[in-house]
Design a protein around this ligand. Sequence first.
Ligand SMILES: C/C(=C\CNc1ncnc2c1ncn2[C@@H]1O[C@H](COP(=O)(O)O)[C@@H](O)[C@H]1O)CO
Length: 242
Amino acid sequence: MRRSQVDSGTTDQRLLDSRGPSDWVHTDPWRVLRIQSEFVEGFGALAELGPAVGVFGSARTRADDPAYDVAERVGAGLAEAGFAVITGGGPGAMEAANKGASEAGGISVGLGIELPFETGLNPWVDRGINFRYFFARKTMFVKYAQGFVVLPGGLGTFDELFEALTLVQTQKVTSFPVVLLGVDYWSGLLAWLRDVVLEQGKISAGDLDLLTLTDDVDLAVSLMVEARRGRGPTADVAEQPE
Ligand SMILES: C/C(=C\CNc1ncnc2c1ncn2[C@@H]1O[C@H](COP(=O)(O)O)[C@@H](O)[C@H]1O)CO
């Protein structure tokens, strides 16, 4: 535009001078940009992480609970085997796994989530990202972890476990090992999946093959190592064309 068509002032000036209504920051199009920024930040922070395992488990596991010690040993074992350990960055089993990984000299990652009862990232997270949106955070777990160790937990842990299983069942991700650590805790769920869900044809037998139930931390770690070998030499970079 030229002459009288040109708006007075510059675009920069209009941007910097104007303080109009602000309700648009709470609209969906603006949220889309915030969501996008979570993906950009997550991909940017984790792209060069190398082989990693996700550890899920209860936010309520106390330090005197035997499961805390198990989580700590899992974190340490995975770190010693060369895996980065990715948790939800919160308290309980997450904190224990991060502690184990960090103390063993490994890469301890926490993907925190904004919650009404904010707890913040636990002190053992060395690389942390805070998310507003659960679904953006979940993408990071499945994109950057090559296997999952699941400690005793509640609804959040179930959600993460079944999300991983669903993605494999529907072939949305390459199959990865899922270890349920805690025979007493998890065997009831596994029995129900086998005796009711499988029996009534709601899942296939192969869907259960993905799961290993054990109390053995070393076995959990070695299953992850085996799976990493199975993925071949590209396991560290895992770049695929679109
Ligand atoms: C409930 C309390 C704190 C919650 N803080 C959390 N911080 C980060 N991640 C969390 C938190 N709570 C749940 N998660 C995710 O779900 C899984 C644990 O859920 P569960 O219901 O406790 O089993 C865990 O793997 C996280 O990814 C203060 O007590």
